[in-house]
Design a protein around this ligand. Structure first.
Ligand SMILES: CC(C)(COP(=O)(O)OP(=O)(O)OC[C@H]1O[C@@H](n2cnc3c(N)ncnc32)[C@H](O)[C@@H]1OP(=O)(O)O)[C@@H](O)C(=O)NCCC(=O)NCCS
Length: 160
């Protein structure tokens, strides 16, 4: 069992985050390069007041990360990825669970994300954490015309 901790993303993590990003999104297919966030994109994201960016760290090695931006009581999950050799060990689940703990502390009540229809691993990750299908953006991804599935999670609701 690998030992790792979940930490806030920092400048020194960014080259490794960007390397996992390139390997995880697009997989060398240039038509999918629009999905890949650069090292600078993550630097900008970390600097924002309304973002949460976390890494899973084994020693000095980044083995996964996730990010979300917040608006009032909503969290929009933008990225989650785990280095290929470390997948299937619950690392993405732990990253997201930490993000939800932080979200609860910040008063977030509603989460939203988009995922490719074919991404079974990510959909399993999200539905296992209370996300439900809320809509479909037909042919959203321009590289192959794949649908985007919109998932949401409502943590609490007060009818006024
Ligand atoms: C999606 C991804 C982040 C999952 O990371 P991971 O560390 O392997 O996931 P975990 O081991 O934490 O598994 C989380 C859950 O997803 C489920 N899952 C994982 N792989 C799965 C698969 N291939 N099919 C179905 N469910 C799967 C697991 O059953 C697990 O459920 P549980 O928490 O209820 O036990 C990883 O596959 C990845 O980096 N993919 C490339 C980037 C990507 O597509 N990100 C999502 C973009 S929207």
């Amino acid at each position: 069992m690998i030992q790792y901790s979940i930490e806030p993303m920092q400048e020194r993590h960014l080259p490794q985050v960007a390397a996992i990003e390139r390997a995880s999104f697009g997989r060398g297919d240039k038509s999918r390069s629009y999905e890949i966030w650069s090292e600078q994109s993550y630097r900008d994201e970390v600097a924002k007041d309304n973002s949460v960016c976390l890494v899973a760290l084994s020693g000095d090695q980044v083995i996964g990360y996730c990010s979300m931006y917040t608006c009032v009581d909503e969290g929009h999950i933008t990225k989650v990825a785990v280095e290929e050799n470390y997948r299937g060990q619950g690392i993405a689940g732990r990253l997201m669970d930490r993000m939800f703990e932080m979200g609860a502390d910040m008063g977030l009540q509603f989460y939203e994300l988009e995922v490719r229809r074919s991404n079974d691993a990510a959909i399993g990750l999200y539905t296992g954490r209370g996300f439900q299908l809320a809509g479909i953006r037909k042919k959203y991804y321009t590289d192959n015309g794949e649908d985007a599935m919109i998932y949401t999670r409502q943590d609490s609701f007060e009818a006024k």
